[in-house]
Design a protein around this ligand. Structure first.
Ligand SMILES: NC(=O)c1ccc[n+]([C@@H]2O[C@H](COP(=O)([O-])OP(=O)(O)OC[C@H]3O[C@@H](n4cnc5c(N)ncnc54)[C@H](OP(=O)(O)O)[C@@H]3O)[C@@H](O)[C@H]2O)c1
Length: 313
């Protein structure tokens, strides 16, 4: 349906096939019905994000491919152990041009506390005061991503104690004040009381929570309810890899056949219709297209309820 629609548009404009092809490539994002959420901080967040972890030397190429396919949100981290943030920035820079500007993109990165780094590759001075570590890490991210602002800067995980977490958060807040980041988020925060405490203490509240979505945490049921009430955008990772039992479940398999989609598409669509922003880090162009194609269909209310029941079981 999607391809037919695009082809119809291209030929209606009288384009020759080669021109039509270029036009299709350039307008991929506009032509997909990819939605976006507006966060409490007023930032538009694409409804699915492309994640860049573990891609090493392929990062630039895969980011270019993801943007060409139609992704408009990129997730990375200033954490050389798992991410090539400069590669992500190079992929973005190579994709910008007359039909794609920085303002069309949502770039999100993370400050990783010392404990999360390979000790040989910490991108800031680990002996500096925490506030300086945060500022140095953000400066590296801006340089790596070749931008003068971030759409979201995420604290990669809470620190060992609540006062340390708050100290890091206050340093992040000053980066928002300075115009370096439009909003803040927190990741790997699996205790509701910890998230609540941060929200109480923060001057600039978290706009995003990025967590592992899997059965071991009961799919963050209480945390997601809190996020809904507090207008914190919940982003999921490990969505496919940690949930083979969901993807193979008879209900999701039956929905996949009925909607003529894959189980992964059904799960991603369920999440986006539930207000969750999933991350996909696929290396496959076919999967990139499938992940973006989830916006071509809607799960009916009763089918979403059926998936709610599986998650609650
Ligand atoms: N905050 C954190 O601590 C944290 C931790 C982990 C990840 N993340 C973020 O989340 C992103 C996603 O990571 P992830 O752990 O969720 O897993 P992922 O890297 O997205 O891996 C997904 C796996 O599922 C496969 N797959 C099969 N069908 C697919 C489909 N239709 N679409 C997508 N993948 C499909 C992929 O294989 P193919 O490549 O063959 O498609 C891949 O092996 C990361 O890149 C990173 O940005 C954040």
């Amino acid at each position: 349906m999607y391809q037919t629609g695009r082809r119809r548009l291209a030929f209606a404009a009288g384009a020759r096939p080669a021109q039509a092809c270029i036009r299709r490539w350039r307008s991929a994002a506009r032509m997909t019905r990819m939605g976006a959420l507006t966060s409490a901080a007023g930032v538009r967040i694409p409804a699915i994000l492309y994640g860049t972890a573990w891609k090493k030397g392929d990062t630039e190429r895969l980011v270019r491919t993801a943007l060409a396919q139609g992704f408009r949100g990129i997730d990375t981290a200033c954490q050389p152990r798992h991410y090539d943030e400069a590669g992500a920035g190079a992929g973005v820079a190579a994709s910008l041009g007359p039909t794609l500007s920085r303002a069309d993109l949502y770039l999100q990165t993370k400050f990783t506390p010392v404990a999360g780094h390979d000790p040989a590759r910490i991108p800031y001075d680990p002996d500096a005061p925490l506030a300086d570590q945060v500022a140095q890490s953000c400066a590296v991210s801006l340089r790596n991503l070749q931008t003068d602002y971030l759409d979201c800067l995420i604290l990669h995980s809470p620190l060992a104690t609540e006062p340390q977490t708050l100290q890091a958060w206050q340093a992040l807040e000053s980066l928002v004040d300075a115009g370096r980041a439009r909003q803040l988020g927190i990741s790997n925060c699996y205790r509701l009381d910890q998230l609540e405490a941060l929200c109480r203490a923060a001057r600039i509240r978290p706009a995003v929570l990025q967590n592992r979505f899997y059965a071991d945490t009961d799919y963050d049921r209480d945390i997601r309810a809190f996020c809904g009430a507090e207008r914190i955008v919940y982003q999921s990772f490990w969505t496919l890899t940690a949930n083979p039992q969901l993807l193979g479940h008879a209900v999701i398999q039956a929905l996949a056949s009925r909607y003529v989609r894959t189980p992964a598409q059904v799960l991603f669509r369920y999440l986006t219709q539930s207000g969750v922003v999933p991350l996909t880090g696929t290396r496959s162009q076919a999967h990139m297209r499938e992940d973006l194609a989830i916006f071509e269909f809607d799960l009916a209310e009763r089918d979403r309820r059926a998936i709610d029941l599986i998650l609650a079981a």
